[in-house]
Design a protein around this ligand. Sequence first.
Ligand code: FAD
Length: 475
Amino acid sequence: MKIVVIGAGPGGYVAAIRAAQLGGDVTLIERENVGGTCLNWGCIPSKVLKTTAEMLLRFRRAAEFGIRVEGDVRPDLETLMARKDRVVRDQARGIRTLLDHSRVRYLQGEGFLKEGGVVEFRSPEGESIDVPWDRLILAMGSRPADLPDFPFDGERVLSSNDAFLLKEIPRSLMILGGGVIGCEFAFIFSALGTRVTLVEGLSRLLPLPSVEEGCSKVLEREMKKSKIEFMVNRTAESIEMGEDGCRVTIGPSPFCDDLKEKDKKILTRDVEKVLVCVGRKPNTEAVGLERAGVETDAKGWVRVNEKMETSVPGIYAIGDILGPSRPMLAHVASKEGLVAAQNAMGDDLFMNYRAVPGAVFTSPEVADVGLTEAGALSEGLDIRVDRVLFRNLGKAHVIGEIAGETRIVSERKSGKILGVHIVGPHASDLIAEGTLAVQNECTVRELADTIHAHPTLPEIMMETALKALDQSLHG
Ligand code: FAD
């Protein structure tokens, strides 16, 4: 079976490996670098920056931990970016080795759909080859979306990609968009010493249906403590360029009714740079989707069913090109890649989004899986929500990170765990246990009966489960 995959992000390269493992004759076409947005412009570089940001925050608290630091502690952006490039390069090399071992043919260049089961490959040198397929997997991903009044120039108005290419730490930065990427960058740049202002058009930070309002509230409190200025219910209206900075005018948000008088005031801020984090656009233009008959919505996101099949038999699509109606996350792209690859090779699998963990790498981190309280109520479920604060945990005091909480949403009668929501230290790691619980329909009784090592942060899961049984010990 000839399988062609276009795009070597976490969706495409995983799909290619799985199809090859199942005996497919696989060709993977990538126009930039293996690893896609995730490895080159997303998950990995942002977490390298976050690691340094967190170390800086720790160093600033050194005295509290009994460490005397003589002289000042300052970030060195050149070394930080060089480390980021090294981590990305090493990971890319690893992926290329995996592809070679799996006997995936890797073609560096652009792929275009043609009629009659053929993809045209164009190399950077201008060479063109027709690659025939029996099954085609589209995994072209997405890119940063700009705002009409704030076009990217790479200098004053930055995309998230541009942020990874900075040569100097900005003195001040306005971030437009308080979603996952905007909030992560706000904490990173603030720790690096930038004066950060964040503007969000909706009524809370992380205004995603998967994030509990309570988690947003905790994050807002911690943002204030970090001296990050943030505004909700507001949008940036215009920008005036100056000699060494710009003036941004901020007005009331057109997305909110019921604004308070104070939210209606027009404000201005003078900043060195603006970072636009307002969403993503699909990489689906000019690749011949229409020619092949692949259906998209009005914004260009590809339509698929639960088997990851597009409107054209034999053509599958996965990952970010499916758009924001599904979680736009690396691990979701990979899982969809596995489903598409297996189906392309003759299986009959369905993608299930019930237990998709989400992690936001702020300080503290935010993570979730399954239903929120509001989501469960809107499904008419009879639930209870139990909450335990990290300050009740010995380990949180040991590491000096007591801010935050864990919530479990469970079905009242059966005790079935429907959702877990964490804001606090290492939330992105802790959510794994919640994901296992939601995926396997565990009950709070099963979680509470599981012995957890002491002193560790996962004890908070057991404590919250005990609370849901009205048998709280420390919560
Ligand atoms: P992509 O990773 O975008 O890969 C698509 C690939 O296709 C690209 O390499 C592109 O060059 C290639 N391509 C496009 N068109 C063609 C063509 N015609 N021919 C050949 N090649 C083509 N997700 C998480 O889960 N965790 C995180 O912590 C996280 N952090 C993020 C931080 C930032 C700043 C950003 C921007 C994103 C982050 N994400 C995170 C999201 C994650 O990066 C994406 O969801 C994921 O990369 C999507 O994978 P994909 O394979 O669908 O597409």
